[in-house]
Design a protein around this ligand. Structure first.
Ligand SMILES: [Zn+2]
Length: 213
């Protein structure tokens, strides 16, 4: 099987099951997909770990923080009619990743990162595109705390997903507040209070009579 290097256009012979390789002519790492051959690139993280930690600590004023680690998330970069669309190549990410655009200086990938979990075919489908002029996979740096669902862009420092807020406890507070307001109203408006209390009291009379009798 033969492919063309998307970087130097040289013809390269590959094994049928080979997916990731390095072009023997120009040294560019390439990923071979059913719907095309792509260059693999990486964005250099500009944000220091300390700066990312500062942002991260801001979410936990009580100081009970976990830890963040630098990891790379692959994005398909699809170019058509000078428009660039990014599709995350990893599964199980928060939905807001769809709207995140990787930024920063790109370099040729030299590390051995795992291939994207989503195929180029699927990425094209998600982008609602049949063909593109240029496609590449860009490994984008994030400082992440996966447990708390926090992803901080390793270049811009932008937070992709806010931490999950405990919905239950805030609802409990609302219920408590509603009872409090109802109670205060009942005290403040004696007439209304009587209107509720009287029929209730009256409805108990037959019960009491039966018990006493
Ligand atoms: Zn090449």
């Amino acid at each position: 099987m033969k492919i063309r290097c998307p970087s130097c256009d040289a013809e390269i012979a590959i094994e049928a099951d080979q997916r990731v390789l390095i072009c023997p002519y120009c040294g560019t790492p390439i990923i071979v997909e059913k719907s095309g051959t792509l260059i693999l690139e990486r964005i250099i993280p500009d944000l220091s770990r300390e700066a990312a930690l500062d942002t991260y600590r801001g979410f936990f004023p009580d100081g009970k923080i976990g830890d963040i680690k630098l990891e790379y998330i692959p994005y398909y970069r699809l170019e058509k009619n000078s428009d660039v669309i990014f599709i995350p190549g990893k599964m199980g990410l928060p939905p807001s990743f769809k709207y995140h655009k990787p930024q920063g200086d790109r370099v040729t990938l030299t590390e051995n990162f795992p291939a994207p979990e989503i195929s180029l075919t699927k990425a094209l489908e998600l982008a609602k595109l049949e063909k593109v002029e240029n496609a590449s996979v860009i490994y984008t740096p994030f400082y992440t705390d996966r447990e708390r669902n926090i992803y901080i862009d390793g270049v811009t420092g932008k937070v992709v997903k806010e931490p999950v807020v405990e919905g239950k406890s805030s609802r409990d507070h609302l219920v408590f507040l509603a009872y409090l307001v109802a109670g205060l109203l009942a005290i403040a408006i004696p007439v209304t209070w009587l209107r509720i209390a009287l029929p209730l009291g009256i409805s108990f009379i037959p019960l009491l009579r039966r018990k006493l009798g």
